[in-house]
Design a protein. Structure first.
Length: 119
């Protein structure tokens, strides 16, 4: 029984760590433009946070998830900096939240990326 408990304990994190793309509507891409507030260059996936003004001038707090740092060749924690304007395309969360899986990005500091892979 103790051995089974240890195996479950050791693998629980692995089971929860990868969620795939099931939470995103992969049938329709959206594109939004905003200003970076934070960039998280961390495992299991990098995330960029940015503010988008809607048609009424209200700020929407968006997050866009991308691949893990290991797949972001040439990138560092400072590749995307707060204050830079970005245009991002990707698959929006099925829940309608201001959250997406990023498929392409262009930034005012010259950074461009296409087709992020899903880990």
């Amino acid at each position: 029984m103790k051995k089974l408990f240890l195996i479950l304990l050791a693998t629980a994190g692995l089971l929860l760590a990868h969620h795939g793309l099931a939470a995103f509507d992969q049938t329709t891409k959206i594109t939004v433009k905003g200003v970076i507030t934070e960039f998280h260059f961390v495992n299991p996936h990098c995330v960029v946070e940015f503010d988008v003004k809607d048609e009424k001038g209200q700020i929407q707090k968006w997050k866009a998830e991308m691949s893990s740092p290991a797949h972001m060749k040439g990138w560092t924690a400072t590749t995307l900096e707060p204050g830079n304007v970005i245009t991002v395309s990707g698959w929006r969360a099925k829940s309608g939240a201001f959250y997406m899986w990023l498929t392409s990005l262009s930034s005012s500091n010259g950074v461009e990326l296409k087709s992020f892979r899903a880990d």
